[in-house]
Design a protein around this ligand. Structure first.
Ligand code: IMP
Ligand code: MG
Length: 183
């Protein structure tokens, strides 16, 4: 185990099992449709790569950049989305069924902002698929339609999730030792 990790929360096996289930559910719900999975960079890349292979209907993928954490372990509260959403998506989403793919839903400020901006492009529908949901009280009205895991507190890394851009490559999800982000 990486020595910055206090404890493994979700192992590779548990992750594989959950992602497979969620992929199956999406395949059932979108049968006969051609959804576009839109990943929020960079945290969603690993989840997206596994999720799309767990989906067995025709689907497309696209990505967009949005960030609220900077290099901190807390949300800055302001969400930056790439300037021109339409061109950065590289995919015409008008009339399409969109599934936003996120690593972790925390305050949900990021996804809320993305969803509002995306509505301007007139997709047929927008749903939310998050790898992890942090169970906290939220100021914004947003709930995931699909999720793999819940957590309460603690700063976690791995499987795409970072601290100051590191640890995304860990194949499991672990709690980061507090001394790493308080030093
Ligand atoms: P929100 O806008 O507060 O929901 O923030 C969501 C984003 O914050 C996620 O996409 C992550 O990039 C980041 N984030 C929130 N909690 C954690 C965590 O425990 N570890 C790593 N990144 C996190
Ligand atoms: Mg992040």
């Amino acid at each position: 185990m990486n020595n910055s990790i206090e404890k493994i929360l979700f192992s590779e096996e548990e992750i594989r099992e959950k992602v497979t289930q969620v992929g199956k559910k999406i395949s059932e719900d979108y049968k006969g449709k051609n959804p576009v999975l839109v990943g929020i960079l960079k945290g969603s890349v690993i989840f997206m790569a596994d999720l799309m292979r767990a989906v067995d209907i025709n689907c497309k993928i696209a990505f967009l950049s949005a960030r609220s954490y900077g290099n901190n372990s807390f949300s800055s509260g302001t969400v930056q989305i790439g300037d021109n959403l339409k061109s950065s998506l590289g995919e015409d989403i008008e009339g399409k069924d969109i599934i936003l793919v996120e690593d972790i839903l925390d305050t949900a400020a990021t996804l809320y902002a993305v969803r509002e901006k995306m509505k301007e492009l007139n997709p047929a529908s927008i749903k939310i698929c998050t790898f992890i949901e942090r169970n906290i009280e939220r100021k914004v009205d947003l709930k995931p339609d699909y999720k793999c895991f819940d957590i309460e507190d603690g700063f976690i890394v791995g499987y795409g999730l970072d601290y100051a851009q590191n640890y995304r490559n860990l194949p499991y999800v672990g709690i980061l030792k507090p001394e790493i982000y308080t030093k």
